[in-house]
Design a protein around this ligand. Structure first.
Ligand code: KG4
Ligand code: ZN
Length: 375
């Protein structure tokens, strides 16, 4: 069965085709907290129990970065108009690359929120139209749940096993930063979140302060590569043992102060040094809180997701810290970290396997809590 997935929550128009191979059962995984490298056998079984098996046949992303770059941020009205012109060609390309057509599509998935309503609606209406015309089920997906499950994405021929449940997941995107405990694809509980800016938002704002191209995340990653910031140190927000929550707004203010001290326009070498010190501070806070969460919960598996998980400094530091702490780390490929539709298809699998269908009633949600500890 082919699943067509669509993502238009922000500034990427994306479509993917997944081949669904297994239905999976309704089990929630073994529930046991495995030790490090606790073996593929039991763990792989628990994964299959929780998430039907699927491989990604195509994964097309049309980015609007160049359209928004002149404004230094996403312009919602422009984003929805760009989605409108891109959506059909992107869907067509995804089907073509998968070697199929709409005739082969057995089900659809689309991001229903959280995100920009005008953008979400473009994907939702396209998905609804196809589902209605072809009489196929359509499931609305939570964008963060999709990021959170992106470590499970597999292409044809992949041999490494996906993470087994339970695990902890750090989701670091442009709009959200949170730590979750994941006992199954639909059993997600938030352990901590940012109290102000999201990590990606901090990267983007600091990139702007430093005069780097939009978006700031990849630009800072690049500027900081191989640079030792030496004595230049920025604060780590909420650097206390009594909370797993994050804070990045004080850090951004500290960077603004240093930029001001350089007359608002630091020299290129200084820009790289500030970028590296900023990145070191964000990374250090993300790593420390994630490993503290592993320590507190006793869960020894960790996954990363969201655009900031593509950051080279974060990936290297997290890998090193996890080895030291005996925590098994699952890193999605860089392109699976930023917005894509393949992860949306994956997140829809449990509900599709149960025969659910949001059909004509699906609505866009600008906000949508995930794994609220006090619902
Ligand atoms: O997950 P994503 O593609 O979209 C949202 O759901 O928000 O994340 C986008 C965010 C942006 O803030 C972008 O600057 C950041 O991810 N980002 C990065 C990197 N690549 C993207 N941040 C740091 N380093 C990167 N390499
Ligand atoms: Zn995202």
């Amino acid at each position: 069965m082919l699943l067509l997935a669509i993502e238009t929550s922000c500034d990427e128009t994306a479509a993917a085709v997944l081949e669904v191979r297994g239905r999976g059962s309704e089990g929630e995984g073994s529930g046991e907290v495995g030790g490090r490298g606790s073996g593929v056998g039991g763990d792989a079984r628990s994964d299959r129990a929780g998430l039907p098996e699927a491989v990604v046949l195509s994964d097309v992303v049309a980015s609007q970065i160049e359209d928004h770059a002149p404004y230094g941020g996403v312009v919602p009205e422009l984003a929805s108009r760009k989605h409108l012109t891109a959506i059909l060609p992107v869907i067509r390309k995804a089907l073509e690359e998968a070697g199929g057509s709409l005739d082969d599509v057995g089900a659809l998935a689309v991001t229903a929120g959280p995100g920009l309503v005008g953008s979400l609606l473009v994907g939702i209406q396209a998905a609804k139209a196809i589902a209605h015309a072809r009489k196929k089920p359509l499931v609305g997906v939570h964008h963060l749940a999709a990021h959170l499950l992106s470590s499970h994405l597999r292409r044809p021929g992949a041999t490494t096993p996906p993470p087994a449940f339970p695990y902890l997941s750090l989701v670091v995107s442009g709009g959200h930063t949170a730590l979750y405990r994941v006992d199954g694809p639909e059993h997600i509980r938030r352990l901590a979140a940012t109290r102000d800016d999201a990590a990606g938002e901090a990267f983007d704002k600091v990139g702007k302060l430093l005069g780097l191209p939009y978006p700031g995340g990849p630009a800072i990653d690049e500027a900081a590569r191989g640079v030792d910031p030496g004595e230049l140190r920025f604060p780590r927000g909420l650097d206390r043992k009594d909370t797993l929550d994050f804070s990045f707004s004080g850090l951004k203010t500290a960077v603004a102060d240093v930029v001001r001290a350089h007359g608002g326009r630091p020299a290129p070498d200084e820009v790289r040094r500030i970028a590296a010190a900023f990145q070191r501070s964000v990374v250090s806070s993300l790593v420390r809180k994630s490993l503290a969460a592993c320590g507190q919960t006793g869960v020894r598996r960790l996954t990363l997701g969201g655009g900031v998980a593509a950051n080279g400094g974060l990936r290297a530091a997290m890998a090193e810290a996890c080895v030291d702490a005996g925590v098994e780390l699952f890193l999605p490929a860089r392109t699976d970290c930023t917005d894509n539709a393949a992860m949306v298809g994956l997140a829809a699998l449990p509900r599709l396997a149960r025969g659910e269908d949001d059909g004509g009633t699906l609505a866009a949600r600008s906000t949508w809590p995930l794994g609220d500890p006090n619902p």
